[in-house]
Design a protein around this ligand. Structure first.
Ligand code: BDR
Ligand code: CA
Length: 309
C-alpha cells in the first residue's frame, strides 16, 4: 500500500519540486496539500500550490489554505529568495481554481480521520499549521513527521537559524515536543543537494516538467550564487520527500533538539545535541548526511515520469 502523506508547504521553488516528486512517486499517496505563509504570503503560496498541481495535470489533489502568519511572531516572507510571486522564473498561468478549504487544520483533521492508514506529514515551510493541528487534535492517526527545517551548524535566515524554524520558532518547538516520531532534515543535509550544470542538463532532458524544474532552478540559483558562490541551488524540500522514498538516502541520528526562543541573536536556532552532551532524551531523527548522487538520480528519474504539460 502506498504511504498516505500530506504535504504542508509554502511554494516556493523547492517546495514545488517536492510536490512534483511526490506526485511522480507511486510509493506515496498524496492526500492533499496544505499551505502556509513563508516563502511568500499565504495567498501567493496557495495559488502556487494550485498552479503546480494544474501544471502536473493533478487538479484533483485538494489544496487547503492554512496559516497566514506565525503563532506569535511578525510575518516575514522570503521574497528576496523566491521573488514577488514566490515562484519566479518560469511562466505559469494563474490558478483556475480556489482552495478546497481555507482552514487547513480542519481539513487535515478530516483527511487523517478518513485515511485508510496512518498518515505521514511532510512539512516544508514554517510549522504553524502542524503545531496548531497537534495542539487541537493530538497525534492520533499520524504515523510520523518528516520535515525540512533547522540545522545542526548552519543558518540561512540568520547566521544562527534556518528560515522555516526562524519564521515560527514556537511552532517548531511544539512540533519537536509533540510525542510523535519526527525526522528533521536541516541545512547541513540540504546544502548537499545543490544542483550543478550536470543536474541542470539532465533535468532539461527529463520531459517538460524536468524543463520547468530546471527553469525554477535558474531563478533560485541567482540568490545562492550571490550569497554562497554556488553554481546552482539547494533543492531543500524535495529531500524530505526523497527520504520517504529511499530510507538511507539521508543519514540520521536520534538526538535531542531544542529551539531557541528567547534570544534575538539566536532566534530559531535548533540546538542539536549531536555529541550527547546534555543527557536530554532524543526527540528527533536528525539528518546528518545525504547521498547526493542518489538523490539527484531519483529526482531526475521520477520527474521524467510525469506527463508532458
Ligand atoms: C527552507 O526555506 C525556504 O526558503 C525553502 O523553501 C525551504 O523550505 C530552507 O531554509
Ligand atoms: Ca519551503
Amino acid at each position: 500500500m502506498a504511504t498516505p502523506i500530506i504535504l504542508d508547504c509554502d511554494p516556493g521553488h523547492d517546495d514545488a519540486v517536492a510536490l512534483l516528486l511526490a506526485l511522480a512517486s507511486p510509493e506515496l499517496e498524496l492526500l492533499g496539500v496544505t499551505t502556509t505563509y513563508g516563502n511568500q504570503t499565504l495567498e501567493k503560496t496557495t495559488a502556487n500550490a494550485i498552479r503546480v498541481l494544474e501544471l502536473a495535470g493533478r487538479p484533483d489533489v485538494p489544496v487547503a489554505a492554512g496559516a497566514d502568519r506565525p503563532l506569535e511572531r511578525e510575518l516575514v516572507v522570503a521574497a528576496h529568495v523566491h521573488g514577488e510571486s514566490g515562484l519566479d522564473g518560469p511562466t505559469l498561468p494563474p490558478p483556475s481554481a480556489e482552495p478546497i478549504s481555507r482552514d487547513a487544520v480542519e481539513w487535515m483533521a478530516g483527511a487523517i480521520a478518513d485515511a485508510a492508514g496512518t498518515v505521514t506529514l511532510v512539512p516544508t515551510g514554517p510549522l504553524t499549521n502542524v503545531a496548531r493541528y497537534l495542539d487541537e487534535h493530538g497525534t492520533t492517526g499520524i504515523e510520523r513527521i518528516v520535515l525540512m527545517g533547522g540545522a545542526i551548524a548552519e543558518g540561512n535566515m540568520t547566521p544562527a537559524a534556518e528560515f522555516n524554524v526562524w519564521a515560527d520558532p514556537e511552532a517548531a518547538q511544539a512540533v519537536l515536543h509533540a510525542e510523535v516520531d519526527v525526522t528533521m532534515i536541516g541545512l547541513d543535509v540540504t546544502h548537499r543537494a545543490v544542483t550543478g550544470a550536470d543536474v541542470q542538463r539532465r533535468l532539461r532532458g527529463a520531459g517538460s516538467i524536468g524543463v520547468f524544474v530546471a527553469e525554477l532552478v535558474d531563478f533560485f540559483a541567482v540568490y545562492h550564487r550571490e550569497t554562497y558562490g554556488w553554481d546552482g541551488a539547494p533543492i531543500h524540500d524535495a529531500v524530505a520527500v526523497a527520504h520517504l522514498l529511499r530510507p538511507g538516502l539521508v543519514g540520521t541520528k536520534p538526538r535531542n533538539v531544542e529551539v531557541e526562543l528567547e534570544s534575538e541573536l539566536c532566534r530559531g536556532r535548533t540546538v542539536v545535541d549531536l555529541w550527547l552532551r546534555t543527557g536530554r532524551p532524543a526527540n528527533a531523527h536528525v539528518g546528518v548526511d545525504l547521498d547526493t548522487d542518489a538523490f539527484f538520480d531519483l529526482l531526475v528519474e521520477r520527474l521524467a515520469r510525469l506527463p508532458a504539460r
